[in-house]
Write a protein that binds this ligand. Sequence first.
Ligand SMILES: [Zn+2]
Length: 232
Amino acid sequence: MAAMYIAGILNKEGIKPEILEVTPGRSAVVARLRSAVMADPSKALLLVAHMDVVGVDKSKWTADPFGAVMKDGYLYGRGAIDDKGMLAANLAAFIALKRANVRLNRDVIFLATADEEQGGDASIKILIAKHWDKFAAGFALNEGGEVLLKNGKVQYVAVQASEKVPVNVAVIARGTSGHASRPTKGLCGDISNSLRPSKTMRSGSGCGLWMLPIAANTRRKWFRTRTRFGTQ
Ligand SMILES: [Zn+2]
């Protein structure tokens, strides 16, 4: 439905969109502003945003989550921030380029995807596998980063280049050494001290966390009562 809606807007602007079915009922929309008859896909710029949103529990909302209600200067709606705001901005920029008849030195491609939040049957991975030729690009602008607005003034525009990548932390431990299978009190005190600056790290990796209390060994008790050691 969202794909049809966006395709309708593009059509009205004289841009021919293509609906790419990824899985039955879930489609992406792609459109292109050409720089030349034989454009170089490695130079093309892709503006990509997703149309899908995370789930909604309507009972917890004070406004219709799909009503795009304006209230106290805010727009209420599921996906208003993630990622329909960007989707609308991409669409507006794309249409503005078309209306201004800008002479482009690279193709600009608009892509609205259908399955970012779940990464399921219609994810970008599947879309690329099925239709990469339709939106092959050398550069892509996608969601991420952050624009901080304070008292109506933009403070900065951040650029996010990647996300959810591993971070390696070097930890130097000083003190008595020991075996990891038998953490003994006092052996890793220095490690937890070095991790203290970060709360997240402390809760996730703090030495105290994996030094769990050792429960009474019931199996040993059971054997003791049944063997000759039981009397010892
Ligand atoms: Zn998103």
